[in-house]
Design a protein around this ligand. Sequence first.
Ligand SMILES: C[S@@+](CC[C@H](N)C(=O)[O-])C[C@H]1O[C@@H](n2cnc3c(N)ncnc32)[C@H](O)[C@@H]1O
Length: 290
Amino acid sequence: MGVQELSGKEFFQWRKKLLSKGGREVDFDWLIDICGGLRWSTLQKLHLDPSRSLKLQQTLEHLGSLWREHLDSQIPLQHLAGCCPWRDFVLEVSPEALIPRQETELLIDLALKRFDKDFQGLWADLGTGSGALAVALGRSLPLASGHAVDISEEALSLAQRNLQCLAATANVRLHLGSWWEPLTPWWGAIDLVLANPPYIPTAVINTLDPIVKENEPYLALCGGDDGLDPCREILKGACDALSNGGWLILEHQHDQSEFVLELMCNSGLKDVDFETDLQGEKRFAFGRCP
Ligand SMILES: C[S@@+](CC[C@H](N)C(=O)[O-])C[C@H]1O[C@@H](n2cnc3c(N)ncnc32)[C@H](O)[C@@H]1O
């Protein structure tokens, strides 16, 4: 039910005024969609015919104050909204875990190319953060069992809330600890592992956009001197933890593909290869246990 009704013309005047203070149109429209309930498709129709009327789920005053807070305090819109649409669901987000990125959605597509909804084996999400990957796997592979691991207690609590809200808890267990370590009872039996480990080199962290550097957990960003320490640690245990033929699929930074593929081959994985993101950048590496 709308709490503020206005014409398209009035809406565009208000939008123009707020955008004149700074920020990107695409971000503004995202906020109005998520917090005001004005869907992108409705906005396009309003552009074509501004005489139409619209209903917003929040007052202009409230939406305007969120936008100003975003501009003044460099707070991500997802934190202001408290949520983030990701694949076919909406996740709760907070400063305690990385805001799940759109490119990470492709890790799920890579997994679902190899395993379908009848898969009854075991999967793991290492460094689960908000639980985005675990929720998607839990929903897409309902007959499988899953384990979501993180070294951050706060991130795990957020992942648990997301798994509960999105009805994906039935077959997913959460573990506090480092990478494979909490999963020792299942070593040798894990058929699919997804990980989006921290991969920003330490020296680069300070050069990141303040909106990222000051709002995302350091633990979720920093991958050590060359950004590849977490990747090395994960690969060290891969062949012990994966089942025979089990897949490991990793996300990494756009300039790390060559190094990650080499580390994967050296770890004993076979069928090692890369996949690109929607911009054509090599962002994913995969391999399987012999
Ligand atoms: C880049 S974030 C990814 C979060 C989530 N999977 C996503 O894609 O949005 C990396 C995650 O790894 C976790 N992490 C860092 N070091 C870890 C470790 N040694 N063992 C387990 N998780 C770790 C961080 O707390 C963070 O949640």
